[in-house]
Design a protein around this ligand. Structure first.
Ligand SMILES: [Zn+2]
Length: 310
């Protein structure tokens, strides 16, 4: 069974409290960003509602419902996600979900739908979901997992209770990482690089992400100090996944902005961040992009960020 992560405890307790009070909302947006383990929290919530013999506010793990959940075959848990990673959720998927929700639950209890990520619904799919949100069925919970809730249409957002998971305190994240990954000299470093997001930090520790990110950050530093040309840096970045690369650079910029006061007074830095957000939009939209040109343009802009206004 899924257990919420330590930094999700407050949201979890609130959820349990609502169950006890019979005030479970009809639809919930879990907003956490990537690397925060939001999917696991959503699963824990679904299991908690569907289990028929809960124990201390958690799914028991052994009743018939829990066995079906563990096997991934519980008929009253409906998952909706893009058919292909990075693609959109289609209207036919949402229509299928809505008609399933209109029927009575097969096991006689709750019906739970997990939509992930919610911002992947196209406009038509969002509109189709709206009907279900406007005419809620009893004992039905829609959980929308969202990493970028601003991209979820306001008509949907306004009909959902929104739970935002904040970045955990560094002590908690540090302790958790040590427990999961063992004593590791790089724990503080990866947490910093991951912007405090524990699962992302774990990924860096366990994968090759750490070295790649350090390489990219070193390139940014070199260009900033004019020790490398934007063209060389762009060339060196070609081997990275475009989506990941933009994310790494954005994290780095966030750290600069939150770390040093003088950076908060540098409009060029915010302008650069806007460019990155735009670039990420192009990449996520799946359009064909000449990445060499894109990185060149970004690194040229970057090389000027700290020169303006001097
Ligand atoms: Zn159970």
């Amino acid at each position: 069974m899924s257990l919420p992560f330590p930094w999700q405890q407050a949201v979890w307790e609130n959820f349990n409290h609502r169950i006890e009070q019979r005030r479970v909302p009809h639809a919930l947006i879990l907003n956490g960003g990537e690397g925060m383990g939001v999917e696991r929290l959503a699963c824990a919530m679904a299991e908690r509602l569907l289990c028929v013999a809960t124990h201390n506010g958690y799914a028991c793990g052994s009743c018939k419902a829990c066995q079906l959940l563990a096997a991934g075959t519980h008929p009253d848990l409906i998952r909706v996600e893009p058919e292909e990673s990075g693609k959109l959720i289609k209207i036919t998927q949402i229509r299928g979900l809505c008609s399933a929700l209109e029927k009575t639950s097969q096991q006689g209890g709750w019906k739970v739908a997990l939509i992930s990520p919610a911002e992947s619904m196209n406009i038509a799919a969002s509109n189709a979901l709206l009907k279900s949100l406007e005419e809620p069925q009893a004992n039905t919970l829609l959980i929308l997992i969202s990493h970028r809730p601003s991209l979820v249409p306001p008509t949907i957002r306004s009909r959902c209770q929104i739970e935002t998971l904040g970045i955990p305190g560094s002590d908690m994240a540090h302790r958790w990482l040590m427990e999961v990954a063992g004593e590791h000299a790089e724990v503080s470093k990866v947490l910093e690089m991951a912007g405090g997001r524990p699962l992302l930090a774990l990924e860096y520790l366990q994968g090759d992400g750490l070295e790649s990110r350090q390489h990219v950050e070193a390139l940014l530093d070199s260009v900033r100090r004019a020790e490398a040309t934007p063209l060389d840096a762009a060339q060196a970045c070609q081997k990275y996944d475009a989506d990941e690369l933009v994310e790494w650079i954005m994290n780095y910029i966030h750290r600069l902005i939150t770390g040093e006061l003088q950076n908060q007074r540098n409009p060029a830095l915010f302008h650069f961040l806007d460019k990155l957000i735009k670039a990420r939009g192009w990449i996520l939209s799946g359009s064909t992009i000449n990445t060499q040109l894109l990185w060149e343009e970004l690194f040229i802009e970057w090389s000027q960020v700290f020169q303006r206004g001097r």
